[in-house]
Design a protein around this ligand. Structure first.
Ligand code: PEP
Length: 248
């Protein structure tokens, strides 16, 4: 079981219109007294409205990505400062869909994490191996290299959360085995402690990849699993609340 307060974060991806704000209301109503921290990252178009709906509740709202610059000629992009201005307190960087669809490399992810800090946001930084890398026995080496390349100096439990998301488990219905999750999370913890010292024991490590109410009770108690990053199952409040109920 995790030694820190767990954190369950929903990533709505490119889903959600104003009608979906009813799900924020339902999550808000369902989280009174829960034993974990809770966040939702809706699409950028809904951040401001979502923060209004979450006002006064223990429900963090954030962005799914940010540009490295605070502003300027970057058509279509959103800066960390804009997320903060809209009321957001979190930002996800390095999600595998960004790394793949937008060719984001570790250096860019690192710069985005630093941009998130510059705006005062809590950064959720995603790493994870592809199916081919896992089959080639490269999982731990890939995680080490992503951590070294994308986690900035100055990381701490106060400014960083790391999400381990095996790429082959995202949106596929497949989840890593408990042993695979334990091994990956122990490895990430060891690497973070080696670089940042014992205080890195407090950096929360989330598991992500087809987490659902039906498997959360098995995944969340695993050693070094300090919560979950949830895609598909965060879109319906009832499912998301089922996962939150399994956290502690
Ligand atoms: C994600 O988007 O980070 C994710 C883990 O998605 P899903 O839960 O749908 O696999």
């Amino acid at each position: 079981m995790s030694t820190v307060r767990q954190f369950v974060v929903g990533n709505w991806k490119m889903n959600g219109t104003r009608a979906s704000l009813a799900e924020i209301d339902a999550v808000r109503s369902g989280i009174g007294g829960v034993a974990c921290d809770v966040g939702i990252c809706p699409p950028a178009t809904l951040i401001a409205a979502a923060t209004e709906r979450a006002r006064g509740a223990a429900l963090m709202i954030g962005g799914q990505d940010c540009h490295t610059a605070a502003g300027g000629a970057h058509t279509g992009d959103v800066s960390a400062e804009m997320i903060a201005d809209a009321g957001g307190t979190l930002v996800v960087v390095g999600h595998s869909e960004r790394r793949t669809d937008h060719d984001e490399d570790d250096a860019l992810v690192r710069a985005k994490a630093e941009a998130g800090w510059r705006a005062g946001l809590l950064v959720i930084l995603c790493i994870g191996e592809t199916e081919a890398q896992r089959r080639a026995g490269e999982t731990l080496a890939v995680l080490s290299s992503q951590l070294e390349g994308s986690v900035p100096d100055g990381s701490s439990a106060e400014n960083l959360v790391v999400a381990y998301e095996p790429v082959w488990a995202i949106g596929t219905g497949l989840t890593a085995s408990n042993d695979d999750i334990r091994e990956a999370h122990a490895h990430i913890r060891t690497e973070l402690v080696a670089r940042f010292g014992e205080a890195a024991a407090g950096i929360r490590l989330l598991y992500g990849g087809s987490v659902k109410p039906g498997n959360a009770g098995e995944i969340l108690p695993l050693a070094n699993v300090d919560g979950a990053l949830v895609g598909g199952a965060s879109l319906k409040a009832a499912d998301f609340l089922g996962i939150i109920a399994a956290a502690g």
